[in-house]
Design a protein. Structure first.
Lengths: 219, 237
């Protein structure tokens, strides 16, 4: 029952997304245009630190754009309908999983174009891939909750970016550090501690957002 | 000096009539004690730190009191979500306000201290400074969020949720991250803690009362703000 509802909700999200191709295309164009502008301004980036910082800044902004609209459709009648039919956990999980998949896809596309236009500097791709997946997970957990909060305010878009930045910083700093290690190709023993911390921070974010969402849901 | 003693005595007498005001007396007595004996007391002679070590009595307790108030704010936010009593949410807001209020002198004393020991007013190299900047940012955003929702129950619920989430992220930042990287602060990133070499027993005698004194003081501030908001809500009803 629980799984069927969850799957149906995720499927609904994807159907809606592909029905209005404008928003999907918008995100893609946004990412590629940002990378193109960066390529024009920076030319080829050789310094790993700059490469790393720029990649994650582009990732940060595209993540806020993607997750920011999670709850904009759920207002008025639709919200009431969802409130009656679904459990908060199912509903929130569907949004989270959908955002995670979407964010991961977009970030892989970002990585592809970024490497193409600006240069490929990663020495340890496995580690970088793990960091990317974990970053998508943490970001989607935080941003889904923040988008639920922002959807309750009058100026949703502004509030979304204001609310997200400070709470994303702990995850962002960890991610930046590990991905720098992946670029430099340091040995795994250096990164394992950081990876464990990142995983536990992600776990805290996910658990907290799942615990707190039902209260927002009622508001 | 006479004025100070007069204040202590009059406040104590006024407070003693009602024993629930003990923390106000404690705040006045302990803070005066730490100001007087913090300046007069014996401190270890250390290179670079020199006499600025006395700032320990003022800078650190302010941050402890701020942390306490942020914790109180978290407690009231959680209590609001549990019990739906709208007064609790106002108390959470007041506690966050007191915390931010205490962070201003905390930041100023820290900045002054940094100028004379590290040679700069502010540095982005130190994770604690960054953490504090982010913490202040988070609570300012909490105030903005609270101001931007008009409907009362929605506002209370949404800002409580944000407060809890933000507090946990802030704590992660300020507690976990300084231990991962090099910090200029003592006790982090391999630097030995104060207790190891320079917080001797003379300093302890002033430092711990200062912590308690400032915590009591922050409780007093919170008490006043809470009473104001209680009166306000009575006038509105």
């Amino acid at each position: 029952m629980f799984n069927r509802q969850l799957l149906a909700l995720i499927k609904k999200e994807f159907t809606l997304e592909f029905r209005q191709k404008a928003s999907l295309g918008g995100v893609l164009v946004y990412v590629i245009a940002t990378i193109f502008i960066s390529a024009l301004t920076f030319n080829k980036i050789i310094a790993p630190a700059v490469w790393n910082a720029l990649f994650w800044i582009i990732f940060l902004f595209s993540a806020i754009t993607i997750c920011g609209k999670s709850f904009t459709k759920e207002s008025g009648g639709a919200a009431l309908h969802n409130y009656v039919i679904y459990k908060p956990l199912t509903f929130f999980a569907s949004k989270l999983i959908y955002n995670f998949i979407f964010l991961l896809t977009i970030s892989l596309i970002t990585l592809f174009f970024y490497s193409w236009f600006i240069g490929y500097l990663i020495s340890n791709f496995t580690l970088f891939g793990i960091v990317l997946v974990l970053a998508c997970l943490g970001f989607s957990a935080i941003l889904t909750l923040m988008s639920a909060i922002a959807s309750k305010t009058d100026n949703t878009n502004t509030m979304m970016s204001i609310l997200s930045f400070p709470v994303l910083i702990p995850v962002l700093i960890l991610v930046l550090r590990i991905s720098k290690q992946a670029i430099d190709g340091l040995s795994w023993s250096v990164s394992t501690d950081f990876l464990l911390i990142l995983i536990s921070v992600n776990a805290i974010c996910i658990v907290l957002s799942i615990l707190l969402f039902p209260y927002l849901w009622r508001a | 000096m006479y004025c100070a003693f007069y204040t202590i005595i009059s406040v104590s007498l006024a407070g003693l009539k009602n024993m629930k005001n003990w923390y106000k007396i404690a705040a006045v007595i302990l803070i005066l004690y730490t100001i007087i004996f913090g300046m007069l007391g014996v401190v270890p002679r250390l290179a670079i730190l020199n006499e600025t070590i006395r700032n320990l009595y003022y800078h650190v307790p302010l941050w402890w009191a701020m942390m306490l108030q942020m914790g109180v704010s978290l407690f009231y936010s959680a209590k609001y979500l549990k019990g739906e009593n709208k007064q609790d949410e106002k108390f959470a807001f007041n506690a966050a306000l007191v915390g931010i209020l205490l962070s201003i002198p905390g930041l100023m004393t820290g900045s002054l201290w940094a100028r004379y020991t590290w040679g700069t007013w502010w540095t982005f190299q130190d994770p604690k400074l960054n953490g504090v900047a982010i913490g202040i940012l988070i609570y300012v955003i909490y105030f903005i969020l609270r101001a931007s929702i008009i409907q009362e129950t929605t506002r209370a619920r949404v800002s409580s949720v944000f407060n809890i989430f933000a507090f946990v992220m802030f704590m992660l930042f300020i507690m976990v991250f300084p231990r991962l990287t090099d910090s200029l602060h003592p006790g982090n990133g391999g630097n030995p803690a104060f207790g190891k070499y320079d917080l001797d027993s003379n300093m302890r005698l002033i430092f711990y009362p200062a912590v308690i004194g400032w915590m009591c003081f922050s409780g007093w501030l919170l008490n006043i703000l809470n009473r104001i908001s209680l009166i306000k809500s009575k006038i509105d009803d």
